[in-house]
Write a protein that binds this ligand. Structure first.
Ligand code: FAD
Ligand code: UDP
Length: 396
């Protein structure tokens, strides 16, 4: 992974004997860009320039040791979970793993209660000692059937009724998205199920693991390749006309690529407040959620739970949702999907550029889904290049 300067990129690939143009310019060194860079360099022998406007790799999964020596995630808690063996196999080339099952508590009515709502949540909240069957009955009596489930309000109210919806979902969602759940696609709150058993894990995926030495270390190993030149702190606009390349894979916001010519796609942002505390432990689990609309932040994360690090101090972060700032979340709602479709159509008419990743394809994807998307793109490029004569095989 030779890290190079813009000046050096102008004169082409740093690898000796390479052609003067890069085969691929890849914009964004997060999961999408790094996985496709690795595959093209290693799998197809392509010469890649990987850039990011931030001064680090790993995109939003970036982690680092803070001033106190604690491993923290700069852009909020990233927990790896997937059902796909092939994605674990692929990433295992670059990291070993540490088993970690995520548990979250929500502060509701002055109590810390498990979320997703489960049997223990209901019993603690209502001072009952129901069995699973009784809890099912309890929820069925409260559920308000909605004929056609379209929104994030419908999906929850239909399942558990208005009271629990208001306690656990409405305030959190309004803060997180700046929108009422009734204005958001059902897919958003559908990410958080309701259970009547005692399973208090946030995810039920087959694989729930964290990269043993952190995400950034995993990315370093992934893109450490003689055919990948890395250029940080550099925006696409700075290289667009300054560097020679045959094809772009763009993992930034798709509307920005087209200079917002069809209007802006909304992305929700977050402001993170990181703190180190003079105590060994702050909270009982990695993440505590705050659905209370009076509390300005949505969640507090204590990283030691995620990393397993032992240290006499502890580092936490608060998340304050906002509109302005780095684009973190595409906002799933019908009008945005419509606008994205129009950008997508524009992309299809634009030769030599492929859009990828959470921002490039405007999809609320988890990390494993982005890895899957990048590997699928690679398979397409590989298949096309096998079908074409060698020098024509670059136009995916
Ligand atoms: P990104 O990581 O956003 O990378 C895109 C990169 O492109 C960025 O580094 C950006 O600087 C760069 N870029 C953009 N435009 C330009 C440009 N013009 N020029 C140069 N560079 C550019 N997923 C999970 O699976 N589990 C979790 O627990 C989880 N928690 C999350 C918590 C938060 C707070 C957030 C925001 C996301 C979370 N995710 C989680 C989702 C995860 O972050 C994404 O799925 C993944 O990081 C997306 O990878 P990406 O490469 O598509 O995008
Ligand atoms: N959510 C909620 N209350 C919670 C947790 C989640 O209302 O305690 C809703 C909220 O709309 C959130 C969505 O469910 O944005 C998805 O939650 P998830 O934890 O998957 O969000 P992410 O980790 O992607 O920010």
């Amino acid at each position: 992974m030779p890290q190079i300067t813009l000046e050096a990129a102008r004169s082409g690939p740093s690898r000796q004997g390479a052609d003067s143009a890069y085969d691929y310019l890849i914009v964004g060194a997060g999961f999408a860009g790094s996985v496709i860079a690795e595959r093209l360099a290693e799998g197809l022998g392509r010469q890649v320039l990987l850039i990011d406007r931030r001064n680090h790799i790993a995109g939003n999964a970036y982690d680092h040791y803070d001033a106190a020596g604690l491993l923290v995630h700069r852009y909020g808690p990233h927990i790896f979970h997937t059902n796909a063996q092939r994605i674990v196999d692929y990433l295992s080339r670059f990291t070993q793993w540490r088993p970690y099952e995520h548990r979250v508590l929500a502060k509701v009515d002055g109590q810390l209660l498990p979320i997703p709502i489960n049997l223990a949540t209901l019993n603690a909240l209502y001072g009952l000692s129901m069995t699973s069957a009784q809890a099912e009955q309890f929820l069925a009596e409260r559920a308000e059937p909605v004929a056609t489930i379209r929104t994030s309000e419908d999906v929850v109210v239909n399942q558990i009724g208005r009271e629990l919806y208001e306690k656990f979902f409405r305030g959190y969602t309004r803060k997180q998205w700046g929108l009422d759940p009734s204005a958001l696609d059902k897919s958003v709150t559908s990410r958080v199920p309701t259970r009547t058993n005692e399973d208090d894990r946030y995810f039920t995926d087959t694989f729930q693991i964290m990269p043993r030495d952190g995400y950034t270390r995993m990315f370093e190993r992934m893109i450490d390749h003689p055919r990948i030149d890395l250029l940080l702190s550099t925006d696409f606009k700075q290289v667009r006309h300054a560097v020679k390349f045959r094809h772009v894979i763009y993992c930034g916001p798709i509307d920005e690529y087209f200079d917002f010519q069809l209007g802006r796609l909304p992305y929700r942002s977050l402001r993170f407040e990181h703190q180190t505390l003079e105590q060994e432990r702050y909270q009982p689990v990695a993440v505590v959620n705050f659905p209370d609309p009076e509390v300005p932040y949505t969640r507090i994360t204590e990283y030691k739970h995620l990393t397993g690090q032992t240290h006499p101090r502890t580092s936490i972060s608060y998340e304050f949702p906002c509109d302005d700032g780095d684009p973190y979340y595409p906002v799933p709602r019908p009008e945005n999907a419509e606008l994205y479709k129009r950008y997508r159509a524009l992309a299809e008419q634009t030769p030599n550029v492929t859009f990828l990743g959470r921002l490039g394809t405007y999809k609320y994807y988890n990390m494993d889904q982005v890895v899957g998307q990048a590997l699928a793109l690679y398979r397409d490029i590989e298949a096309q290049s096998a079908a074409l004569p060698a020098e024509a095989g670059l136009d995916a």
